[in-house]
Design a binder for this molecule. Structure first.
Ligand code: T4K
Length: 360
């Protein structure tokens, strides 16, 4: 079977070496040596300052909202993984959707302002599939209305925006290091926090709010990354250039096959942004074409994924207006398999199957 993705597994001996180190040190979690080393190395690799590693990307979002003291309404995109919205509802915030741009698949900045009310406290855009959203516009609106900005950058590991890390924008950006991501720690995530004092506070908040042996200073939660997760991260980070190269080759081959195909549309890239080749979505003419392509692929043991379907305004636990663009894209978009070890011949088979299904 060929799935939409396959976790990168580093050299087993290297990972075991770290595991032995953990056994010898008897430090399994709570700011261990490996975690601190991974934090240092990621800060340098990504080009960011205040990076805090946590147990997953969803908790990174929750912690970000708490840290900024968000209340009331938050403007966000309906086209994302469910965690972007569910984390808001989990924190008793009201997601107010703003539809997406049909080409970039990111929140449409022209629609944001009309959704701002007296209760709005923040904007939570997503850099969907690693493609940076319109940061200039979002930040200008946030400044004018005095709103916080949390970028869900779960897909944007390593992405540069105007020659610096895309994670340096907004009050906070978050990453996901889930096994399915191009850089992973099995489960894991990170917050990149602009304000140094908030960063210092966040480090305590993810450890129950504890500040010293006899003091609980803040309302906190347990969102810490453990040493085994950090060990995986250190091993994957050693290989990141090799992973990126392979992904880029595969991405370019898909791109060459589909960019001039009249039956397929590709996500429009933000020209201010680098591409991290994290996903390869194709947008088809209608849902029927998508179902046909999916069926033909699955007959050959190829399992793509409907990222992201359904559009999040359809969630039962969210009160929302219908988002026409997001629903339309969501019904027609399919992510093709893309991971470093995808065999080039398998990729050719995928391309051929999609093309044959579309002309049927
Ligand atoms: N914000 C955004 C925009 C996100 O995309 C995500 C997560 C988050 C926030 C939250 O971050 P985390 O809390 O997850 O750190 C996956 C991931 O679980 C999720 O992390 C990710 N986004 C989302 C886009 O995709 P599923 O439901 O597609 O996962 P699953 O288990 O179906 O995996 C996909 C395929 O990968 C499988 O068909 C087979 C393969 N696979 C998967 C795993 C886990 C393997 O071969 N081995 C494995 O161990 O959600």
């Amino acid at each position: 079977m060929i799935f939409v993705t396959k976790p990168y597994l580093p050299d087993e001996e290297k990972f075991n070496h770290y595991v032995s180190q953990i056994f010898r040190s008897e430090r399994l979690t709570n700011n261990g040596e490996l975690l601190l080393e991974l934090e240092r190395r990621l800060a340098s690799y990504l080009g960011v300052e205040n990076i805090l590693l946590v147990s997953n990307g969803t908790l990174a979002l929750s912690v970000a909202y708490k840290l900024l003291g968000l209340q009331g309404e938050v403007i966000t995109t309906p086209f994302s993984f469910v965690a972007t919205t569910s984390s808001l509802v989990w924190e008793d915030l009201k997601p107010v959707f703003t539809d997406i741009d049909e080409e970039t698949l990111n929140i449409n900045p022209d629609e944001i302002e009309r959704n701002i009310t007296d209760s709005t406290t923040a904007i939570v855009p997503v850099h969907v599939f690693g493609n940076g959203c319109d940061i200039n516009e979002v930040e200008a609106i946030a400044k004018e209305y005095n709103l916080k900005v949390v970028y869900d950058a779960a897909h944007a590991f390593g992405v540069r925006y105007k020659n610096q890390s895309i994670l340096n924008f907004g009050d906070i950006s978050i990453l996901s290091f889930h096994a399915t991501k191009l850089f992973h720690t099995i489960e894991g995530g990170a917050l990149i926090i602009k304000d140094r004092d908030l960063y210092v506070k966040a480090r305590k908040m993810i450890d129950f709010g504890i500040d010293g042996p006899d003091r609980v200073r803040y309302l906190g939660i347990n969102a810490k990354m453990n040493e085994f997760q950090a060990a995986m991260g250190l091993c994957v980070l050693d290989d990141i250039e090799k992973i990126n190269e392979k992904r880029e080759k595969l991405f370019r081959a898909y791109e060459a096959a589909f960019q001039f195909d009249p039956l397929v549309k590709l996500q429009k890239q933000n020209l201010n942004c680098s591409n991290n080749f994290s996903y390869f979505p194709i947008i088809l003419e209608d849902e029927q074409s998508l179902l046909l392509v999916r069926e033909q692929l699955s007959l050959k043991g190829i399992i793509p994924r409907r990222y992201f379907h359904p559009s999040l305004d359809r969630l039962d636990y969210v009160e929302s207006r219908f988002m026409p663009v997001s629903n339309s894209v969501s019904s027609r978009i399919l992510c093709l398999p893309l991971y470093d070890s995808l065999d080039i011949n398998d990729q050719r088979r995928i391309i051929q199957t999609v093309k044959e299904a579309l002309v049927k």
